[in-house]
Design a protein around this ligand. Structure first.
Ligand code: H79
Length: 457
């Protein structure tokens, strides 16, 4: 019964996910992916000229990294606005330290979002932070260096199929989407004359080459919005990356079924998957770029998400949106610190762990509610999760009570203790064919999640 549930959950998720290319599933890919599979937790950074607006434009306040598009700003005005980008407080080492203190093992920073502005020194295109602004520094170089020095893996985000600065980037037109629905139609209104391959040759290829040759090791190429890229172009781009940096891993948004891992956005899949995957999510309640008025998720939700994701063998790429001055908002820093505090005690049960041997604890299908596909809606349960290591089963308990009852487990448990207990005082437990019952101390060591380690032979 339990096995069946896990399988159903896994298949449900597989259905939504663009499969990584089979040709890529080689020993070499396994090698490349090894550090990433163990890492579990990374920092996503959305930072660009839009950050300077803090989400506000001429009285409207709900903008983020899509500012140019959502505030309907003509290119002439936006590019002038970009001239004034001057993040004098930017300190790469500080950002890397915040990531490190949070227990994050890698970072991915926006080098070009949909606005087309390069946040790096780009000899092939003058619309970049070094040539276009008085700031004159290359933050990608500074972040790459600081990450390398600190042992944090370094990755770059690049928006592939949207660019509101280049005249040749069509969007939309397929199922349920109107032609040009994500294009810059203010300055380039005629979608029919846009030629993606012109933009691909003129801008994408040179800039991706720059990113992979100017900064030493780039561990991740994180593409977004493949949109109109052809299968040939996705393959050509991937080949170029493999040639320039064979160890660089690539997400599935390179398009056309290629890439090393799947990327659910702002959501956590129901169950585990056989393919590598990473949930990207904002610390803010919904906006990726800096917004002065947006709310934030609380650290309890974020810690539980990290555990939930780990128990399904995924990674958590958690996003912060620094200000136009270059400061990561204190609301985000506080939450990341809380995650770091939790991980310093319980990280053994997250990093390099295998997924749950159970599965049913993740949630259930609603009898009444339907999801957007009209199927029974999956509702997450938040009582406990499990992760594993050789000889160890970790139970992350969200809802504390006198005992915890676990399903049947095929190995003989020999010892149980709390990870938060430096003395590893043994907890009493009983194990039978129907399951394991562990007696818990009165007080939970952590109000958000306490981890019981069960050692087995
Ligand atoms: O970079 C982040 C997003 O900006 C980007 N991907 C993540 C990692 C992204 N691009 N497109 N989408 C996400 C999906 C489309 C979102 C939209 Fe909207 C919702 C388009 C219209 C409604 C955001 C909210 C933009 C306008 C309103």
């Amino acid at each position: 019964m339990i096995k069946k549930t896990v399988l159903a959950l896994a298949l449900g998720w597989l259905g939504q996910m663009a499969a990584a290319g089979d040709a890529e599933a080689s020993a070499a890919a396994g090698d490349r992916m090894e550090w990433w599979q163990d890492a579990r937790f990374g920092m996503f950074i959305h930072w660009g000229v839009y950050s300077k607006a803090g989400g506000e434009w001429k009285g409207t306040t709900d903008h983020g990294e899509w500012l140019q598009f959502t505030a309907k700003i003509p290119l002439a005005e936006y590019t002038e606005f970009a001239r004034g980008f001057n993040p004098v407080d930017f300190d790469a080492e500080e950002w890397v330290q915040i990531a490190k203190d949070a227990g994050m093992k890698y970072m991915v920073i926006t080098t070009k979002h949909h606005d087309g502005f390069a946040m790096f020194d780009s000899p092939s295109n003058e619309y970049n932070i070094v040539d276009w602004t008085q700031f004159g520094r290359d933050p990608i170089k500074e972040l790459a260096d600081a990450s390398h020095d600190a042992g944090i893996h370094f990755g770059v985000y690049y928006s592939l199929g949207r660019d509101w600065h280049d005249p040749d980037v069509p969007t939309g037109g397929e199922k349920g989407r109107s032609a040009g629905d994500r294009s810059n139609l203010i300055d380039y209104p005629d979608e029919s004359i846009k030629d993606f391959s012109k933009y691909f040759e003129r801008k994408v290829k040179p800039q991706v080459r720059e990113l992979l040759t100017q900064y030493g090791a780039v561990d991740i190429m994180w593409f977004d919005t493949p949109e109109k890229i052809s299968a040939e172009q996705s393959a050509e781009l991937l080949e170029m990356i493999r040639e320039l940096q064979p160890q660089c891993i690539v997400n599935n948004r390179i398009g056309n079924g290629l890439g090393d891992y799947g990327t659910p956005e702002q959501e956590i899949p129901e169950g585990r998957s056989v393919k590598p995957w990473e949930t990207c999510m904002t610390v803010s309640s919904r906006i990726w770029g800096y917004n002065k008025t947006v709310g934030y998720r609380d650290s309890e939700e974020l810690i539980r998400n990290l555990i939930d994701i780990s128990s399904k063998s995924g990674n958590y790429l958690l996003n912060v949106g620094p200000t136009g001055e270059g400061i990561i908002p204190s609301e985000s820093v506080e939450r990341l610190q809380a995650m770091g505090d939790w991980l310093r005690v319980n990280g053994e049960a997250i990093y390099a762990c295998g997924p749950t041997p159970f599965g049913g604890e993740a949630g259930h299908y609603s009898d009444t509610e339907k999801d957007k596909h009209g199927k029974p809606k999956f509702v997450s349960d938040w009582k406990w999760r499990a992760t594993t290591k050789p000889g160890k089963l970790y139970i992350h308990i969200f809802q504390w009570s006198e005992t915890i009852k676990l399903p049947a487990f095929g190995e003989k448990v020999i010892k149980a203790y709390l990870l938060a207990d430096p003395d590893q005082v043994e907890l009493t437990f009983t194990q039978s064919d129907t399951g394991i019952v562990v007696t818990l101390p009165e007080q939970a060591p952590d109000a958000v999640a306490s981890v019981v380690c069960l050692e087995f032979k």
